[in-house]
Write a protein that binds this ligand. Structure first.
Ligand code: MTE
Ligand code: MO
Length: 373
């Protein structure tokens, strides 16, 4: 007889089907989740991230339904499933799904909650992923679980599902509250380390937060720096910082507004207007969008060509008369004064003219692409 890789013993067909849904959705979640999270994958897949993101959400819903369907459907009452095999995915799955909510519906939650939720969504998924592997190996090779209270077989009672689901729910809520940041490494957090104060010169604004979506601020060596300007253009270019700074400079004083509520009035920016780059590389007539990339390898932003050519949109290299500090996007950041701060991508190292829009980092997570306030 052919060896079955996932023998389900005397399981009713219905259990087997549910179990497959759980397996397939969870593996899909791990793969898409890693692609969304790990920088080297993220960078390679940048154009497909919004699709991967949608798939991830759909799989999350499927995973959730497969775990909790016994609450709605009447499962056959047979003692076929071990307590731990049901407890682990339900309690941890619930916490992971819950911690995923602020990453999905980002406008419902504060930035603080999102940061913590982001870390726990990942940490708990790694943990449950590890348990799935152990569980899979045990089943595939027919190892026996030790006989304990937790490995007893049980009836699929609603009461238990609810109890475990609530355990996961409470765990998930605790994990998301900023309190749990005490247990997280600082470097693991999403979006910024408030109060980094690396020698702010007098007369230079200090912003309330210096965000990054990776666990550090990229350190760009100015002698190695190149701004790539390419895409649908007649003459792609790669500019050193010197060449860039030799272009005509525009100066403006504008307010800076973050979507999370803080604002900094009267910031003086000096930088290059996008029309200088347009003259240089000559975009094709159908290049309707501009995509900006960051040296952090993760963040992207986009504008329509028309928006990019607004008089006050700059690729800035100086703020309040000083060159940008590392945490502010040294050596070059975009400044879009009429839109929320998330449009103002830092550490810009590539400007691409394109026919279609590439979803920006926060836009993949639900913020509008037209971020005017
Ligand atoms: N590369 C990169 N650019 C970024 C961000 C980021 O996390 N990474 N955060 C954005 C957000 S949400 C805001 S409000 C501003 C904040 O600018 P600041 O970090 O200089 O205060 O930068 C934007 N540009
Ligand atoms: Mo922001």
């Amino acid at each position: 007889m052919k060896k079955k890789w996932f023998p389900h013993g005397k399981w009713p067909q219905f259990y087997v089907m549910l179990h497959y849904y759980t397996i397939v959705s969870f593996i899909g979640l791990l793969i898409t989740g890693l692609a969304l999270y790990l920088p080297f994958l993220h960078v390679a897949l940048i154009r497909y991230l919004s699709i991967l993101y949608d798939i991830h959400i759909l799989l999350g819903i499927l995973f959730f339904l497969s775990l909790f369907s016994p609450l709605i459907l009447r499962l056959p009452r047979t003692k076929h499933i071990r307590i731990i095999d049901w407890f682990m995915p339900i309690a941890f799955g619930m916490a992971i799904v819950l911690a995923g909510m602020p990453l999905w519906q980002i406008t419902w939650f504060s930035a603080d909650w999102r940061e913590t939720a982001f870390s726990w969504h990942g940490n708990l998924a790694y943990f449950l992923g590890f348990w799935f592997i152990v569980h899979g190996v045990f089943k595939a090779f027919g190892f026996k679980y030790p006989e304990t209270q937790a490995t007893k077989k049980m009836d699929p009672e609603r009461r238990r599902f609810i109890k475990w689901g609530v355990t996961g729910l409470v765990g998930g809520v605790l994990a998301m509250t900023p309190f749990s940041q005490l247990f997280l490494q600082q470097g693991n957090r999403l979006g910024g380390t408030p109060g980094v104060n690396t020698s702010v010169a007098t007369g230079v604004h200090d912003f309330p937060e210096y965000f990054t979506v990776t666990n550090s601020y990229p350190k760009v060596r100015i002698d190695k720096y190149q701004l790539q300007v390419d895409g649908l253009v007649a003459a792609p270019a790669s500019l050193s910082f010197e060449q860039l700074a030799a272009l005509p400079v525009t100066t403006e004083t504008k307010d800076f507004q973050c979507v999370t509520g803080w604002a900094v009035p009267n910031v003086r920016w000096e930088g290059i207007h996008l029309k200088e780059l347009v003259q240089l590389v000559k975009p094709a007539p159908d290049a309707a969008f501009v995509t900006f990339y960051s040296a952090d390898g993760v963040y992207t932003e986009s504008l329509t060509l028309q928006e990019a050519l607004e008089a006050d949109v700059l690729l800035a290299f100086k703020m309040d008369g000083q060159s940008l500090r590392v945490e502010q996007g040294y050596p070059l950041r975009l400044v879009v004064p009429r839109m929320y701060g998330y449009k103002s991508i830092k550490w810009v190292n590539r400007v691409e003219f394109a026919r279609t829009r590439v979803q920006g980092y926060w836009e993949q997570r639900g913020y509008p692409a037209e971020a005017a306030f």
